[in-house]
Design a protein around this ligand. Sequence first.
Ligand SMILES: Nc1ncnc2c1ncn2[C@@H]1O[C@H](COP(=O)(O)OP(=O)(O)OP(=O)(O)O)[C@@H](O)[C@H]1O
Ligand SMILES: O=C(O)[C@@H](O)C(=O)CO
Length: 426
Amino acid sequence: MGIRLGCIADDFTGATDLANNLVRAGMRVVQLIDVPSAGPEEAVDADAVVIALKSRTVPAADAVDASLRALQWLRSAGAEQIYFKYCSTFDSTPAGNIGPVTEALMDALGTDFTIATPALPDNGRTVFKGHLFVGDVLLSESGMRHHPLTPMTDSNLVSVLAAQTTRAVGLIDHTVVAEGAEAIRGRSDALRQEDVAVAVVDAVSNDDLVRLGAAVRGMPLVTAGSGLAIGLPANWGFKPSRAAAQLPPAGGHAAVVSGSVSAATNRQVLEFLRSGRPAFSLDPLRIAAGEDVAGQALAFAEAHLADGPVLVYSTEEPEAVRTVQGRLGAAQAGELVERTLARVATGLVERGVRRLAVAGGETSGAVVRALGLTGLRIGPQIDPGVPWCAAPLPDGSTLHITLKSGNFGSPDFFTSSFALLDEETR
Ligand SMILES: Nc1ncnc2c1ncn2[C@@H]1O[C@H](COP(=O)(O)OP(=O)(O)OP(=O)(O)O)[C@@H](O)[C@H]1O
Ligand SMILES: O=C(O)[C@@H](O)C(=O)CO
């Protein structure tokens, strides 16, 4: 039997976030890093496969190309429904990539209607009247307005998405969602008659997402943050379970690599520094000046791993990030820091780190690729949206790794995550 659900995630932390919700709702999930070069010759032993791409901030044409390759792989693995996962803060620009990828997937699947909702109430992301809230404030008033690559300055998702697509975008509002699956399907049909191709859907609670999940049963393509995953597995009869989240025992040194510049990560770094633990701050301008900053970070880490976890970070407040971007250019600064942190991560693993926390979606993508990881087994949840994962290393040992989205996790995440791992895999 093939897989039920085939998922395409536009970044690596987002992929584990989605896989985490599917596992908790009872599906056995395999997460693949990038599209495998070989096709699925035999049936994949999982209920869902999540293919993690790094397509959120690449040129739209490249994102479309990678997503279509992922789609082809998932369809040949037997996927009955496709789930395009993007960020719960709808990270994108007028050039994409949410709109162009959605359109390309619709064309390839031969479908004329889909839904869009980044709602993730467990992490404070709610959609009301088409407007996205982050906690108590509109998206455009949240830290996301300062994001270095995808600054979000408009909270109205209908207009944000309309700017990225050639198709008409509509809204299924909370009054319809509250009525249940049948009402949502009825409204979808009405919008379709009006030639609306993508409907932004309100959701302010997990109950809304459960109703929406039931309504999109059989829809060839759904597009969403990870929240919709709460409501989908039940369509195939899966029930919530923790059994699928068992990981092998963890050991080895512990370290954190953080290239995230989000508000939550800034708090987590501060909390870690306050605890007096070893931390190395990585300065992008010194990397640009040609200093061997990765080497310095590794020398520091090596001296402190026995007292770990050790933190290596480039995390800064928005103003400091803007200064660096002003000097180097946003894309160049991002690339330089990602490359350096990826080198640090591989060096840490060479030095015996086997419990690794990575903060930031782009950063996680760079790290996971540099480590050559091809697949992750999803384990227990640390905080909403962030599970521990396990991956085999070439030397036969196991790396426990968690990929933390920038704005996820409690303030003490950089220490509590390791305590939880040791507890859960004891
Ligand atoms: N001090 C810095 N100055 C400039 N750019 C930085 C700095 N630190 C990190 N960056 C870059 O900013 C980007 C941060 O993106 P990343 O996705 O890793 O984190 P995030 O946006 O906070 O988290 P998420 O995408 O998971 O919400 C990366 O490209 C990173 O290399
Ligand atoms: O949806 C989210 O917020 C996260 O899974 C994510 O994609 C952040 O990079």
